[in-house]
Write a protein that binds this ligand. Structure first.
Ligand SMILES: [Zn+2]
Length: 193
């Protein structure tokens, strides 16, 4: 969000080019959570993380966890609508204590190095936009996300061998690619039968 400059859709494209679409969407889901459930509920439950498209939420008590899980379908719909695509497929509630927030930003406080090749990639990507006045903004955004990618990789995220997006599963494929190949496998079985 940079003032009036509509970089949103452009950044989405860019994030998938950089392999960060999943990581950023998950981060957004956690950040949007208080907005989705409203300030009153937000005082009693906290989105912790996303794994395999499941959002994990901790509630202050079993009663709150139970209460909120009854509104799950509604929350899922609102969350995915706010994210603009089906990023989250389920929400798991558990009772527990609020943990101190990890890092507020996906990028480490000290600037992570960006290689010459990455700088060149940032310039090349920015050069593709027809608006010269937007190019420096985009170039900065790309450099930012390249640093974020280093950070995510340092946290154990790895590249999906199917789509190139970062994920943090033990498998070589991200959740989406694996689900897709499973569906394809099923279709094949049906045809062969
Ligand atoms: Zn994938």
């Amino acid at each position: 969000m940079r003032g009036q400059i509509p970089l949103g859709p452009l950044l989405d494209q860019l994030l998938s080019r950089l392999g960060l679409a999943n990581a950023v969407a998950e981060q957004k889901a956690v950040m949007l959570w208080p907005q989705i459930i409203g300030p009153l509920n937000a005082r009693h439950c906290w989105a912790e993380r996303v794994r395999d498209k499941v959002l994990f939420v901790t509630a202050g008590s079993h009663a709150w966890a139970q209460e909120l899980s009854m509104l799950k379908a509604q929350m899922l719909e609102r969350l995915n609508a706010a994210l603009g695509k089906p990023v989250i497929r389920d929400i798991h509630f558990r009772a527990g204590r609020k943990r101190p927030p990890t890092t507020a930003s996906p990028v480490a406080p000290q600037p992570l190095p960006v290689s010459a090749a990455e700088r060149a990639q940032a310039t090349a990507l920015a050069a593709q936009i027809p608006h010269p006045e937007l190019r420096p903004h985009l170039e900065r955004a790309v450099l930012h996300w390249q640093r974020a990618r280093h950070w995510w990789q340092a946290q154990g995220w790895r590249r999906c061998i199917g789509c190139g997006d970062l994920h943090r599963r033990r498998e070589r494929f991200c959740f989406d690619c694996q689900a897709q190949s499973r569906r394809r496998g099923r279709r094949k079985e049906t045809i062969e039968r």
